[in-house]
Ligand binder design. Sequence first.
Ligand code: AMP
Ligand code: MG
Length: 400
Amino acid sequence: MAGLLPVDEALARVLAGAQPLPEEWIAVGDCDGRVLTRDLVAGRSQPPDDVSSMDGYAVRAADLPGRLRVIGESAAGRSFAGSVAPGEAVRIFTGAPVPAGADVVVMQEDVGREGDHVVIAGSARPGKFIRRRGLDFSEGLTGLSAGTLMNPRRLALAAAMNHATVPVHRRPRVAILSTGDELVEPGTAPGPGQIVSSNALALAAVVHRAGGQPTLLGISPDRLDETLARVRLARSQGHDILVTSGGASVGEYDLMQQVIATEGATLGFWKIAMRPGKPLMMADLGPMRLLGLPGNPVASFVCAMLFLRPLLLRLAGRGDSADEAEEAVLGADVPANDLRADHLRATLAVRDGRLVATPFPVQDSSMIRVLAEAEALILRPPHAPAAAAGSPCRIIRLDS
Ligand code: AMP
Ligand code: MG
């Protein structure tokens, strides 16, 4: 089979010219999974004052041990306005500002209360049970850097630094179109020869997980006018990507080529040295990149993981998915590979501290059930020699 394009080369073409999308400002509570376009600087110090880390009494260390008069109370949100003079103490609660004059907090378990006095038998070193102003962060500190992928913990930090809105890369908008005269939506009563369309829904879920915003454009019959209408709809809606599934046969390719030519672009059609998969289409329709995946459900999914997901991550500013492959060992013997990179559906287990990837015995690329049970793809390079159970391999997890 001459003219097969290596997977790396195909990926490079899919990513060519793709840049992180422009900035938008969103509510800090919505930024989980988004990537910062700028550094976030602390707008205040945390804690904003020296505060107590215990319930107890704020006193002067030099007064200890001793009997001290309680002159007031400092609680979180209701601090004590005065200051602590020699022989005095202030009742204090966790998180409350330590009053002026006091330099230590004695926890209440070590204090005897006698009316408006306290008796403290031990001594304490200054600073004990006091969290210093700015212990967590000081005003002006860069708490989160541009390029950071936000998660619930970093979201908390952005909020604590007093940011109500944050600047992030816009999410890729992705239109998804199924093509095929035989396809019907799930839940209908398929007629003779009809197939329930599952690819588009799976692709939408992949898009969502990779930080994109999917829009389902439904099913197009294999007709020029119908396909053209949907491609134009996707363009008019301002999507960054249009993903199609199906249309991999020569006649259908001719159709897609006509559609794209009518739109004034050139359709790239490559046969890729991979299994499952092989045909992949690409065209740039103005700012919208069309990615045409094979219709075969497993091939469509694997191509989405290998080509669509990296494109989405790039656009969302989320870095390079090539780093995501992991080392594992084979859980079963595998035969020598031919010239097409293979992506074996496999389960994962940890045995003796090693990650073991076991390929399913049947790797038919039409089997959605096996794909659903799989946890990883074992990456078998072109011409890889036969390998025995226990030998090293590389995998990508399917749940990312
Ligand atoms: P194609 O690439 O259009 O030649 O389709 C190859 C195979 O994938 C055919 O058996 C199709 O019925 C099947 N197929 C195509 N599109 C879908 C889809 N959206 N969902 C499930 N199967 C599909
Ligand atoms: Mg088809």
